[in-house]
Design a protein. Structure first.
Ligand code: B12
Length: 216
């Protein structure tokens, strides 16, 4: 089915994209559905970039449009005041070493925080050692790692190897997310879960946090 919003973003038509986002909010579409249409739109931007139809400046343009979309959406993201998050274990998140993509990670963090969860954001280009240090400092038992560049996937495996070496592997659930992530990446890195869209990401965290009502 054709998705006008996805196409507008893929065409880097900022005015149309923002208008369609506003219209969908008015029509009662969920923020998660709107975000997913936008994510698919920038995925097409990526395809056009790979085919040399778009350039780096176009990737930057898609970033600018996505940021504007988030500015419009943020006040509409429902706050969950169930207090679930306050009794849940903290979550550490970051983008892996070598990679500076952070829009997807920031989005997931925003949604988790809106649900009341405590998230420590390590930012981008995070070394495997820094992830382990942060887990020790925060006592977090959930680690989210974002990766958009395929050649950075190897560093995620390094994080998990370090967890094993430190005797921490069975105390930490590792979730990997981002465009190139799939079951093979999960198996190769040894992560517990993977997600490459926002709905899946939120479902996985809810699932882990449900189990974690006891201990994760
Ligand atoms: C915008 C963009 C940029 C922006 C990034 C801005 C920023 N602040 O993030 C800029 C212009 C800086 C950029 C730079 C580059 N980019 Co770029 N970029 C993109 C683009 C078009 C969109 C990425 C994006 O923001 N998507 C929208 C978000 C919402 O989606 P998402 O990140 O997938 O996140 C969702 C899920 O994956 C998941 N998720 C994400 N993280 C996590 C983490 C956890 C724990 C969980 C549970 C879930 C989760 O939830 C999110 C919400 O739905 C992609 C194309 C694509 N297909 O993704 C290329 C793309 C990722 N870039 C690419 C490349 C090559 C580069 C550059 C190397 C280009 C260059 N020549 O310099 C540099 C790399 C710089 C670096 N060292 O990192 C390639 C990577 C190819 C590959 N397979 O390795 C892609 C795929 C484009 C392409 N087809 O060639 N890029």
């Amino acid at each position: 089915m054709e998705d006008e919003l996805q196409e507008a973003l893929a065409d880097l038509d900022e005015e149309k994209t923002l208008r369609l986002v506003e219209e969908r909010i008015q029509a009662g579409c969920t923020t998660l559905d709107i975000i997913e249409s936008c994510r698919r739109g920038v995925e097409l931007v990526g395809v056009k970039y790979s085919n040399n139809d778009y350039f780096l400046s176009d990737l930057i343009m898609s970033e600018e449009i996505l940021k504007e979309v988030m500015r419009i959406l943020e006040p509409h993201i429902p706050l969950n005041d169930s207090n679930d998050g306050l009794t849940s274990p903290p979550i550490v998140m970051g983008t892996i070493e070598g990679d500076i993509h952070d829009l997807g990670k920031n989005l997931v963090i925003y949604l988790l925080r809106s649900s009341g969860y405590q998230v420590y954001d390590l930012g981008v280009n995070v070394t495997p050692e820094r992830f382990i240090q942060a887990l020790n400092e925060t006592n977090a038992s959930i680690l989210g790692i974002s990766v958009l560049l395929s050649f950075c996937v190897g560093s995620i495996k390094k994080v998990i190897d370090l967890l094993i070496d430190a005797g921490m592997r069975d105390k930490v659930k590792v979730v990997v997310g981002g465009y190139p992530v799939n079951q093979q990446v999960q198996e190769y890195t040894g992560a517990d879960f993977y997600a490459n869209d926002v709905t899946e990401a939120m479902n996985i965290y809810r699932q882990i946090l449900e189990i974690g009502k006891g201990s994760v």
